[in-house]
Every structure is written in structure tokens, then in C-alpha cells.
Ligand binder design. Structure first.
Ligand code: FPP
Length: 488
């Protein structure tokens, strides 16, 4: 899939300055969401911001932040009466619309607002006028009206509505959407009209509650192009872009650029092969007063979930370290328990692998395995051998053992390229990302040859507690890295 960055996109000057002002503050009250973006709101909550829906909720004398969408004169007055310290982040363009609305009203004109009823910006503007209507509501009997628009509307829609109004009224207007919003919408339109329109899609980054984000989606929809919207990394991973050849990436005027960068990295650099050292089952169990075997049972449950999460994220290869050549030294009870668990899990997963078209493979010293496990493995490998996505389990595996086994089979001189043909799964590409859980920071003899240039992510979480969010943190961390592989 080709990724095209749609320019301009992202933060407008008004939102940028609102966020910059807010980030200077701590433990203050904010009337409504500063901007309609969940990442920004979360960041401010971390700074101790308390979000309120009325100035009455702010204790007398405290600081209140007015959001970028502006407030009505009545609210401003109320805040002054309560002796609140006001930090006003109203976007200058919204402020201009407020002033126009007040001016039209002072001229005795009913005000018609082209915008979305109930949106906080529209409510603030309406409160400037003695008589205000939100289109399609209109004053009956009036000849002349004042017209303004919500700043984040679709500019074509506003033009069309103004034209309609001109047929029935004499109008005085300040009905333009903000320039930044218009430029972002025009850029999406232009992208949609590209040559291969049918295989194009637009991904709009931003929160569901954001008006300007919704408008960007509408522009693409009107052009007949498929639209995706993601407000967070988790939402991004849940998307299926399989039918898309060219994806245009844009973001709303309230979407932080760092989320844009992260999404771009993920789309461009999502790992193809993840390998996991599933460590910490024993400690997880002992911390709960349970037997170590119980930790492995919980670990197997986690692995089932990870398989699904990797499928959702289109990860083509997942390799897991289930049992090392060194693990045979563990007490017989634990080893027998693990071998039994492997058999049980492989049996119970067969249907799942068939349904999801997953190829199962095992790497490791097959001769070491109990007969019933080996026959389960060969049965499943045979049954799933034609599938494309792969789940590779390392059992009785050691990186050194794999290299030694390869060397013992080598005939004649080899190169790095030809040597890999003697490894257990030569056609599987090297892991892009290796995750190790439980806070241990070592490779423990895992895929020694294959991980020469892999990126590592060490997580403190014990394997049974490994979560989807932690997987996303590992993938995001990988996606943001610059893999030079010895180059510059
Ligand atoms: C390491 O934790 C984990 C293992 C040796 C076993 C992992 C196996 C599973 C999760 C089951 C997978 C099943 C299949 C079919 C692949 P540890 O025992 O070393 O934990 P500790 O370091 O806390 O002692």
C-alpha cells in the first residue's frame, strides 16, 4: 500500500496556540474540552486539568480556561462575578465570528448560523445575538438577516446554503469557514480526484467528537472515496486496509502532529515478523500462591489472545519461544506439564488455524520431544502447510543448537545467504521486532542468527499479564525507530 501524506493537514494556528497556552498550566479548571481531541484531553488531565461543563462548578477565585471554541458573553460575565482567573484560548477566528454576530444583532438583524445545533461553538455564537437561528431554522417574516457560519463547516456546503438564503433574504454575512479548515478540505478533495480514484482511500486522524474531523470525512465520502477515521493507535490497528492501493493520510485541526507522525510510522513501518520471549509465567504464579504450572496455563491463554491481536494488526509471522534446550533441566513435573499443555493447546487450536488460514510450524530439536507431541506437531504442520500467515513455535529450541545443527548438515563452503538454508525455517524472514516480557534484558539463546539486526523491546509485564496495549506500545516503539542496519 502506498501512503500519501495530504498537505496541508493537522493543527491550525488557533488550536496550536490554545494547546501551547494550556500546557503552561497545571491543576486548573477547563470549561468543556479544550479542543475536541482525546489525546490532548488526556495530556491535560495528566497535568491536573479538571474539565467542567459550567463555570458554577469552578470554585470562587480559581483559574478557568475557556476552550478554543469560545464562550458566550453571559458565561464570561458569570466567570467575572465568581472572581475566576480567566485564561482565554478562544481561537481568534471564532472570536471574529462572535464579533460579527454581536454587530449584526446590534443592527437589529436576526442572526442565522450555518452550523451544527448543539455544538459548543455554535451555542457561544448564538448567545451573542438577541434573536438567533441555527440553519435550517429561519426567522419568519424577516427581510434582512445576518449570516455567520461555524468555523469548521464544509466550505462548499456553506456557499450553497448562503446562495439559497440569498433567494429569500437580503443578507449581511460573515459566513466563511476558517482558512485552515478550508485548505485541509480542499487538499482531501484534490487527493480523492487522483488518477486511481477507485483504489484510493483516505485516513482521517482525529477524534470522533471533532467537527472538523467529521467534515474531512464527509469531503472524501462526497468524492466517492472510502474513508477511515482513527483517534488513537488502537483504533488504527483495528483497521483493514487490504483493499486499498493508495492511502491518503490527513488529520483534523485539533489532532496533535505527534499522533500523525506515530500513525505514519506505523503505516509505513509496521513489523512483518514479531518474535516473543514469553517470560514470567512462573513468577506470575508464585506471586499468587499458585503452582508454576498454573502460570503456564495462564501464559497459554495470553498467547491465544496475542495470536488474534497479531492477526488484527496484519502481522504475517509470529514466533514464540515456548521451551528452550535449557528448559529440560526444570523439575520433571513442570516439564511434563508443559509438554501436556503444548499438546492440548495445539489440538484445541486446529480449527482456529484452519479458519484463520494460519500456517503452524515448529522450530527446535524434534528428536527431543515426546512422541505424542511430535505427532501432534507434524499433523498440524501438514494440515496448515498451504496457508500464508505463520505461527512458529520454538520448542526444545536453542540458537546455538540451531547453528550447530546447521553446521553439521552443511556441505562445502557457504555464504551468509546459503548458510540460512540449513536453519530450521530458512524461508521465514528475520524477526523485525523481538519482545521479551518480565523485565529480563537478555536474549537467552533465542534466534541468535536471525536477530542480528532485529529491534528489541523489553517489557516489565509478566507474560500472563501481557496486554493488547503493551503489544501496541512495543509496535509503536519499533515503528518510531530508524533501522539503519549498519548503513548511515
Ligand atoms: C517462561 O516463563 C515460559 C515458558 C518456559 C513456557 C511458555 C509456554 C506457554 C506460554 C504455552 C505456549 C503453548 C504453545 C503451544 C506454544 P518462566 O517459567 O521462565 O517464568 P519465570 O521466569 O517467572 O520462572
Amino acid at each position: 500500500m502506498k501512503i500519501e501524506v495530504i498537505e496541508p493537514h493537522g493543527l491550525c494556528a488557533g488550536v496550536n496556540s490554545a494547546i501551547a497556552k494550556a500546557l503552561q498550566l497545571k491543576n486548573v479548571y477547563c470549561l468543556h474540552e479544550l479542543v475536541h481531541n482525546e489525546i490532548v484531553v488526556r495530556e491535560l488531565k495528566d497535568l491536573g486539568f479538571k474539565f467542567v461543563e459550567s463555570v458554577n462548578e469552578v470554585p470562587v477565585g480559581e483559574t478557568v480556561v475557556f476552550s478554543a471554541h469560545g464562550v458566550s458573553p453571559a458565561i464570561r460575565k458569570k466567570a467575572e462575578e465568581r472572581k475566576l482567573k480567566i485564561v482565554d484560548t478562544t481561537c481568534p477566528f471564532v472570536d471574529k465570528v462572535h464579533r460579527a454576530a454581536a454587530k449584526f444583532s446590534a443592527q437589529g438583524l436576526p442572526l442565522v448560523i450555518i452550523g451544527h445545533k448543539g455544538h459548543i461553538e455554535v451555542e457561544g455564537i448564538a448567545a451573542e445575538a438577541k434573536e438567533a437561528y441555527v440553519y435550517p431554522d429561519l426567522p419568519i417574516g424577516a427581510k434582512k438577516i445576518g449570516v455567520v457560519s461555524q468555523t469548521t463547516m464544509n466550505s462548499d456546503e456553506v456557499k450553497a446554503i448562503v446562495k439559497k438564503l440569498e433567494r429569500n433574504y437580503q443578507i449581511v454575512k460573515m459566513a466563511e469557514v476558517c482558512k485552515a479548515t478550508k485548505l485541509r478540505q480542499d487538499a482531501v478533495r484534490k487527493f480523492c480526484r487522483g488518477a486511481d480514484r477507485n483504489s484510493r482511500a483516505v485516513l482521517v486522524l482525529g477524534s470522533e467528537g471533532s467537527s472538523n474531523v467529521k467534515r474531512l470525512c464527509e469531503v472524501a465520502e462526497e468524492e466517492g472515496v472510502k474513508v477511515f477515521r482513527a483517534g488513537s493507535v488502537a483504533e488504527l490497528y483495528a483497521m483493514d486496509f487490504s483493499s486499498v492501493e493508495t492511502l491518503g493520510l490527513t488529520s483534523g485541526a485539533s489532532t496533535p502532529e505527534r499522533f500523525f507522525d506515530e500513525a505514519l510510522s506505523i503505516l509505513r513501518n509496521c513489523p512483518r515478523h514479531i518474535a516473543i520471549i514469553m517470560d514470567g509465567n512462573g513468577r506470575w504464579a508464585l506471586a499468587r500462591g499458585k503452582k508454576r504450572g498454573q502460570g503456564h496455563i495462564e501464559g497459554a491463554k495470553t498467547l491465544s489472545k496475542v495470536l488474534k491481536w497479531c492477526k488484527d494488526r496484519s502481522i504475517k509471522y509470529l514466533t514464540v519461544y515456548a521451551f528452550s534446550t535449557e528448559n529440560w533441566k526444570r523439575p520433571k513435573e513442570e516439564v511434563d506439564g508443559l509438554m501436556g499443555l503444548f499438546v492440548k493447546m495445539l489440538k484445541s487450536k486446529t480449527l482456529d488455524f484452519m479458519k484463520n488460514k494460519v500456517r503452524f510450524r515448529m522450530i527446535g530439536r524434534r528428536g527431543d520431544l515426546p512422541r505424542n507431541l511430535l505427532s501432534e506437531i507434524t499433523r498440524l504442520e501438514e494440515k496448515t502447510k498451504d496457508f500464508d500467515r505463520e505461527f512458529i513455535v520454538a520448542i526444545s529450541y536453542g540458537g546455538r543448537a540451531e547453528i550447530i545443527d546447521a553446521v553439521n548438515r552443511v556441505k562445502g563452503p557457504v555464504t551468509e545467504e546459503t548458510f540460512r538454508n540449513y536453519l530450521y525455517a530458512p524461508d521465514v524472514p528475520d524477526p523485525d521486532l523481538v519482545i521479551r516480557t518480565s523485565g529480563e534484558v537478555r536474549t537467552s539463546n533465542f534466534l541468535l542468527w536471525q536477530t542480528a539486526y532485529s529491534e528489541f523491546y523489553f517489557s516489565d509485564v509478566l507474560w500472563p499479564d501481557f496486554s493488547e496495549a503493551e503489544l501496541d506500545r512495543a509496535i509503536s516503539s519499533y515503528a518510531m525507530r530508524n533501522r539503519r542496519k549498519g548503513g548511515v
